[in-house]
Design a protein around this ligand. Sequence first.
Ligand code: UN1
Length: 489
Amino acid sequence: MLALDTNEIQSFVAGRWVTGAGEAIVSVCPAVPSRVVAEGPAAGAAEFDEAAAAARAAQPGWAAMPMHERGAVLLRAAAVLDAKADSWGLELAAEEGKTKAEGVAEVRRAAQILRYYGNEGDRQSGEMFSSPRRGEHILVTRKPVGVVGVITPFNFPIAIPAWKIAPALVYGNTVLWKPASTVPLLAMRLAQAFEAAGLPAGVLNLVVGDSRVGDAIVTDSRVDAVTFTGSTGVGRRVAAAGAARGVPVQAEMGGKNAAVVLDDADVDLAVEQVLLGAFRSTGQKCTATSRLVLTDGIADTFLSRLKNRADALVVGDPTADDTQMGPVVSELAFAAISAGIGRASAQGAVTIAGGHGYADGPLAGGYFIAPTIMELGTEAADLWTEELFGPVLAVRRAADIEEAFGLANDGEFGLSAAIFTKDLTQALRAVDCLDVGILHVNSESAGADPHVPFGGAKKSGLGPKEQGRAAREFFTHTTTVYLRGGEGT
Ligand code: UN1
């Protein structure tokens, strides 16, 4: 077993930790890029091949194990995560850039997800239908799909893998997993928790590497289904590759989530929630609040309060206790977000807060972007429609509720939204009118409980929803059984 505090990057293949034959990966802290968090080689083609073969070979035995026993492994892994939450949460903050408090909370969240699915054996049920024919029942049973390819993003380095891998495993699938190459250490931590929990060899295979590993997963004939979270562009390519091979793909992709604040909203509550939605995790969530729609009567007050709160956020080293917002994940992200801010200004946006990096002072050198609020006029602006995945909030004003809902629904994404009002009638109208997969009434647009469906409307996602019972739609297939006794009547 690998030491639980190692920071030497390895892949977990067929139940063994292997030093890959691929290129060197150096995982650095985005606050201080000279600080190395983990390093080691990526997996090479031979390790990938061994991992895929191991997943295939282990699948029938794993599926044959009673679901309660599979669940027990998940529950033991959850206990490991809970026990290591403080130290692994700190590593998460150092590797990904969200704050220590967020990092620790994320490790605990991964444990909670594992517990939810670990207990799924107690809840799992098939369905039984009456038959139009005498002496017959019709029952529907669930079976695993086989080997599931899991491709996960950087922004929740342990929670998103947990919410894909846990249902995959408990329903009897084996897994071939590629995490984002910016967060290999936290991926290793999750695999280590499973190893410590006694997961049989080959059931979970972690292959560390870049997009070539992702390509190998989606094109390998030993992979029966692929679940992906990440950018819209890559998600569509994964889905196309899956379709070409005839295998199902679940893709959770972009969001451009609006918070709508109506005139009658509780301003204090709404300001705090919009602040959390926009800037927690440095805005790097598909569910983050990246658009704000204010009705005219509340707009001035709200914006000046929000600006004051954004300006006061303590931006800094994510591993420091008093930091409220860390850096973005990488130089590439920093460049793309900075360019997006520049483009918005060129297209007429007015910067209300932030809008800059930190060229001087203690944050210089890290990938820090100030909490940014930009107000748009009525002209078309990329900032209104394109996901920037950073701490940047675009604001528009609306004359009335109809206009506000229209603005919120503007664009191709429909992951989440938030509505702030004390008027139940307006809240109910939002439920009907806002075209999203997740709607928060008087709370921020991010957040997801493990027992309820997660996923978007419109072009935010493809395939069945994640989490809760919804997950089994993707991780199982059904067999409809027409069941009669064996003797003639
Ligand atoms: C959350 O809102 O807490 O990639 C989770 C993402 C989403 C997860 C959001 N799949 O940001």
